[in-house]
Ligand binder design. Structure first.
Ligand code: GRF
Length: 193
């Protein structure tokens, strides 16, 4: 099976990036390998981690690049340079522009902390907590122009317990994300080498 070059977009704390990297080191996402980290937040923990472990990084604020569409064109060039065939959004927190969507159609996935289609958009964990629903969860889906609305690939349920605080719930959501994302990445790398 040929190797699959993966780019991770991350602009937050980067726990999913760390976890994917650990999975790679443990041989759990083969034939995929992380070849590039993209970020619009050069000061983020995700970027710091990528540099620490020596992953190639492209991290520029949209404003410093001269706007979103210029930034995106630069990103597409980087993705091609690293022969990226799978793009994983893990805490990028921005809408992906049309140029990138068209270039990587069917090969960009996003991790979202709710059971989509419930609780799309920002602060999905807080939305579920406030709504006092009995369960929420995590979803991995293909990215389309429809925010958090692309075809689902996998989901994992997380119960909301009566003693939960937003912190305990967030912790379990992240655990579920760390379980599901490497599995989906491996599966996609195996079926789309
Ligand atoms: C995750 O909850 C993911 O679902 C959402 O952004 C968060 C990123 O967390 N899209 P981290 O930066 O990987 O810790």
């Amino acid at each position: 099976m040929s190797a699959v070059s993966i780019a991770v977009f991350a602009s937050g704390t980067g726990s999913n990036l760390r976890n994917l990297y650990a999975a790679q080191q443990a041989g759990e996402i083969a034939p995929g390998y992380l070849s590039l980290v993209i970020s619009d937040k050069p000061e983020s923990k995700a970027v710091a981690f990528a540099r620490e472990v020596g992953l190639p990084v492209f991290a520029i604020d949209h404003k410093d690049a001269g706007g979103r569409s210029v930034w995106e064109r630069m990103v597409i060039r980087e993705l091609h340079k690293h022969h990226v065939t799978l793009v994983v959004l893990a805490g990028y927190m921005r809408l992906v522009g049309l140029a990138l969507l068209e270039t990587y159609q069917g090969r960009i996935i996003n991790l979202h902390p709710s059971l989509l289609p419930a609780f799309k958009g920002l602060d999905a964990i807080g939305q579920a907590f406030e709504a006092k629903v009995a369960e929420t969860g995590v979803s991995v889906h293909y990215v389309t122009a429809d925010l958090d609305g692309g075809p689902l690939i996998a989901q994992k349920r997380v119960a909301i317990l009566s003693e939960d605080t937003i912190e305990t719930l967030t912790h379990r959501i992240h655990e579920a994300e760390h379980e599901i994302l490497p599995k989906v990445v491996r599966m996609l790398c195996q079926i789309h080498p």
